[in-house]
Design a binder for this molecule. Structure first.
Ligand SMILES: NC(=O)c1ccc[n+]([C@@H]2O[C@H](COP(=O)([O-])OP(=O)(O)OC[C@H]3O[C@@H](n4cnc5c(N)ncnc54)[C@H](OP(=O)(O)O)[C@@H]3O)[C@@H](O)[C@H]2O)c1
Length: 278
């Protein structure tokens, strides 16, 4: 049994679907807010990472567990990570954790703390450290649909956005294949694009000219803190975008190396997700 925590989310749903395509048994763990979002053929189990003991019955007999850490929920503090890792290690033969590129150079970051808890659990592990997700641009959909103008900060922030299907393709290999224990994979899309260029690619995909309107940092902070309910998380996102203006994200060949297929371009992602912006 392959247990996919966050299997109703953007990456986890793809992981669960790709495991099912290989004919492997999958159990999606969700708080049950939207179990219908799990892919067809997957078992759905209810548990809450914020209550680590609730996970335990669903991990019995697990071959491997895919773990996300949804830090946008305020109750999901990194302090819970050792308990979650300990329970996962007791039952699953390996843990594949969806971390982030930031874990590599920010040892105090949330992702690094969760990684250390998993290392300390003594289980086999693989860490996926992706760049920003292409799906993050869905945040602009509510502005694109009515007016075609996106008011957002740091249009020059340059990122190597990765398609969630490619993260999942690597995750499935780490979950179900051998030779990935102890690996920290730096995963990226195939090219760096500024946020302004990402918006142009979305415009191309939907056949409309879209316009970027630079939003000052302070105004963005108020809007994002209100939208996410977490001012500290909004500050962190703004710091990251500001950093990417002068320090573009790194492009790696890991997706191609590990899956044999080139990483999908942002244009591909935008075409596949055009309906969300129309
Ligand atoms: N966005 C980025 O650019 C980026 C970059 C690098 C790494 N990451 C990492 O990616 C992960 C997020 O992945 P994603 O975007 O696929 O997630 P997502 O779409 O935001 O979905 C979150 C998933 O987690 C589940 N979930 C939320 N709170 C939970 C809880 N308390 N207990 C159990 N399950 C819970 C949700 O299911 P229910 O609501 O059904 O419970 C859902 O399946 C995080 O670990 C983040 O650090 C993100």
């Amino acid at each position: 049994m392959f247990v996919v925590v966050g299997g109703t989310g953007r990456v986890g749903r793809q992981v669960a679907a790709q495991l099912r395509e290989r004919g492997l048994p999958v159990r999606v763990v969700t708080r049950g807010l939207n179990p219908a979002a799990a892919p067809r053929g997957a078992e759905v189990a209810r548990a809450d990472l914020a209550d680590p003991v609730s996970l335990e019955p669903h991990l019995l007999g697990a071959q491997a567990v895919f773990l996300v850490w949804p830090f946008t929920s305020p109750e999901m503090t990194a302090g819970l990570a050792p308990k979650v890792a300990e329970i996962a290690a007791r039952h699953a033969r390996r843990i594949v954790y969806l971390s982030a590129q930031a874990a590599a150079d920010q040892p105090g970051s949330f992702w690094a703390v969760v990684e250390r808890a998993i290392e300390d659990s003594g289980d086999s592990w693989t860490f996926l450290r992706p760049t920003g997700f292409a799906a993050n641009t869905l945040m602009w959909a509510d502005q694109i649909r009515p007016g075609g103008v996106v008011r957002w900060p740091f249009g020059a922030a340059a990122r190597a956005l990765i398609d969630e299907r490619d993260i999942a393709a690597v995750a499935v290999r780490a979950l179900a294949g051998d030779g990935h224990d102890g690996a920290r994979y730096l995963l990226s899309g195939p090219a760096v694009l500024t946020q302004v260029e990402q918006l142009a690619a979305i415009g191309h995909a939907i056949g409309r000219e879209l316009r970027w309107q630079e939003l000052p940092r302070q105004a963005a902070l108020a809007a994002l803190a209100a939208a996410w309910g977490d001012p500290a998380f909004a500050e962190m996102a703004l710091d990251a975008w500001e950093w990417f203006v002068d320090h573009p994200e790194t492009v790696t060949s890991a997706v191609q190396d590990l899956t044999g297929a080139p990483a999908r371009s942002f244009a591909d992602w935008a075409a596949a997700n055009a309906a969300a912006f129309r």
